[in-house]
Write a protein that binds this ligand. Sequence first.
Ligand code: FES
Ligand SMILES: [Fe+2]
Length: 394
Amino acid sequence: MDDLRGRNTLDDRLIGTLRRVADRGNSTAALPNHVYTDSRTMAAETDAVLRQAWMAVAFDADVPRPGTAFPLAVADTPLLAVRDRSGAVRVFHNVCRHRGMKLVLAPGRTGRVIRCPYHSWCYRLDGALDRTPHVGGVGIDTHADIDPERLGLMEVRSAVWFGTIFVDLSGQAPEFDTAMSGLMGRWSAFDGATFVSGGDDSTFDMVLNANWKLAVENYLESYHLPSIHPALNSYSRIEDHERLVGDDGLAGQISVVYRPTLDADGKGFAKVDGLGDEWQTRGEYVALYPNLLLGLHSDHWFSILLLPDGPERTQERIRLGYFSEDAATGIDHAALREANTRLWQVVFAEDIGPIERMQAGRHSPAFDGGILTPVLETTTRDFHAWLAARLLNA
Ligand code: FES
Ligand SMILES: [Fe+2]
């Protein structure tokens, strides 16, 4: 790789390929192997894609109560999600302003302040610097050269939607509601519904030995339904799916034969009031670029975080949610929740092997991107074009 400006540059050959992929008139061109395998390309991608858009990083349920904190690392950046005393979620850089110690290592309660273990500087939950012991000499906690007003925790723009915490590391992305307006408009029938994250019985993690983009691509097409998900395909067949493509920054697929999970008495979760007929049998599965996979139905939703860990490994965190506190956490719905979680767990686990084999195939010098079929993979095409355009802006 011709590294003229530092580690995060792209070589001329890749730029040529990206131009072809970004050209939406070229319907079959796909991203080449090393966009999935090469750590220097990943560094460029981290700068140009992950750090430049609203990226999903955690769940609101990770900080369940005021005074709880959840450390995370995305795009090579250690962050800390905190629920402050007012109940709002805030995200800070997880680093002390004094000598740069990483502040919090494990999720849990912080108490009234976040205390750095090194020299005990303390930060309030809104990030303000609260205490600087001995900063002016032994027993003197102030000094004219140390302005606490300027030394609070560094906050990152964040937003919560769909039980999911998003951050904009660049600080330059459009306002969250503007960036999401396409999908918010599409799903306006759910305006006013409360999106309540489920508890421990509604969450699971998976590790994928593959590049995060292959998980997005797999989610975007129903072409693989008959081969990989035979049970699902027995009632929600390939021909029962439509493609959702054309909005900037997202694509997806729609099932028109969604069947809610029911208990032995035929009872399910309560549905959102006032939904039109079309939502009674509808599931919409949307990849919100870059790294969030959402599923929405009349009676529940789910959110899948794809957290890249190098070019060939991805942590997937999945959380289901419902439209009332009772459905999401009430004991009377526990069996139904468990059945619903298990159903999705089986489907998502079926995808792991094929995705990891696609990753393995990207080490073949005889393959370099392959072909996107012109009808059933227009959604994948959209993702590739979106990503290539951003990489070219790097
Ligand atoms: S590094 Fe945090 S108090 Fe010194
Ligand atoms: Fe699948």
